[in-house]
Write a protein that binds this ligand. Structure first.
Ligand code: RP5
Length: 169
């Protein structure tokens, strides 16, 4: 079976977004899932345009075996918060940058949740970090994944140059 196929079996992470136009950002969360061999699904679920689908998604996710939801939305970005209000699963929100307000509207909409309904919010357009945060949460109970993440972090360290002398010669 191909790696891409096994990634989509019995998804553990649900990646959802308000519009297909968010995919250019949200695909970076999927790339992390692929890199770490975490089964995932990726779908359009809009709080405003398909509210029934959002309700159904949030209500059924846990029973379908989803452990973490990554939700991206832009503008009046209600999707992550609304989903978090209907499930006990951890929800990671990704504010998508639209051109009008440069993503600040999305960030504020997602990060300013009322007490009692948490959404872990990453930086504007930072779906990569949402993927890595989801992986870290899953890694708590998955030794192999934990070690993969450790190795990944070590690799990042190695790519960071220290001595800048040769750069200014
Ligand atoms: C939001 O509206 C979506 O998450 C998207 O970021 C934004 C614009 O959607 P489109 O008009 O491009 O479909 O709900």
């Amino acid at each position: 079976m191909k790696k891409e196929e096994s990634n989509k079996m019995n998804p553990k992470v649900g990646i959802i977004m308000g519009s297909e136009s968010d995919l250019k950002v949200m695909k970076n969360a999927a790339f992390i899932m692929q890199e770490l061999s975490i089964p995932y699904e990726i779908k359009v679920v809009s709080a405003h345009r398909t509210p029934e689908r959002m309700f159904e998604y949030a209500k059924s996710a846990h029973n379908r075996g989803i452990a973490i939801i990554i939700a991206g939305a832009g503008g009046a970005a209600h999707l992550p918060g609304m989903v978090a209000s209907m499930t006990q699963l951890p929800v990671i929100g990704v504010p998508i940058r639209l051109k009008e307000l440069e993503g600040l509207d999305s960030l504020m909409s997602i990060v300013q949740m009322p007490g009692g309904v948490p959404v872990a919010t990453v930086g504007i357009n930072n779906a990569k970090n949402a993927g890595l945060l989801a992986a870290r949460i899953l890694g708590i109970n998955n030794h192999e994944l934990y070690e993969k993440l450790n190795e990944r972090r070590e690799l990042i360290k190695e790519t960071m140059i220290y001595d800048l002398n040769e750069k200014i010669e």
